[in-house]
Design a protein around this ligand. Sequence first.
Ligand code: GDP
Length: 319
Amino acid sequence: MSGRIRVTLLAGGVGGAKMAEGFAACDAVELSVIGNVADDAEFHGLWVSPDIDTMLYTLSGRINRDQGWGVADEGQRALDVLDELGADTWMFLGDKDFGLHIYRTDRMRHGHRPQDITRDIAERFGIAARVLLPTDDQVQTRVKTPDGWLGFQEYFVRQRCEPMVTDIVFEGIGDALPTTEALDALEQADLIVIAPSNPLVSIAPILSVGGIEEAIRAARAPVIAVSPLIAGRVVKGPADRMMRAMGMRADAVGVAQRYADLADALVIDHADEALVDEIDASGVQAICRDILMPDATAKERFANDLIAIYRQGLGDAAA
Ligand code: GDP
């Protein structure tokens, strides 16, 4: 045995990748990340997987740090040509990024498993963590707005998350089978962490793949979730507005209620200390820490805080 702690992280894009980067910096951790494929969409004949790519770019140090997504030092000559030719170019795809999408799409057309393709990209990019897909099948988030149903990227990028979301579906979820890699990572984990990702459109599509929730419940590892909301607000993105529109409380209590039947503990910010009793009452143990991760130091420090909570035993780490 390596003696390292096997952490399996459920993660979306930007918030998920921050948490993953923190764990990847911990020598004591052997990291597996189960990412979100429901944001995937086809552009210009290429299969784009925004959350998985954010994870790959972050863990390989290629990410554009100012944006939190996309590749650093990126060009847009390919997109300019598409624009000149009259193609729809509202989804920004940089030149280097196009290379990844071409590679993925070509291998998919040859019948390769998306999980194998992702594993190979991670390996070539020098990523030590295992980047796993919850399913090899295609699942696509669609959101209902006052103007009708939209594909997730149409809502998120084209319409800048402006429309109110009144319903969410994951098309294809009923037929999606879990990957054995994801199930194994849950079974073998010492600690399962739900990243501070959007609960409704990043974490829910992972949990909705048949067999994933069951594997988490059957796992021997404790499950710790991290709140993406601090003082009732998101750090970035539409999670708070979405939660409110979907009839949930848009604060750490709402997150706790969402994960109540799955998580043992929810780590919230010190700013939300006043919510501890209400969270405990929802059946999830509240633990207060500094959960904002603005830079590499904070990410690593917070990942180490979670490891310390695990080592201490959840009950002893209470608020
Ligand atoms: P997306 O798929 O790119 O939207 O990314 P995720 O779903 O993984 O992450 C979005 C969530 O991350 C938002 O709800 C943010 O509030 C949350 N988030 C971003 N940065 C931080 C941070 O430093 N700390 C915490 N606790 N949450 C964060």
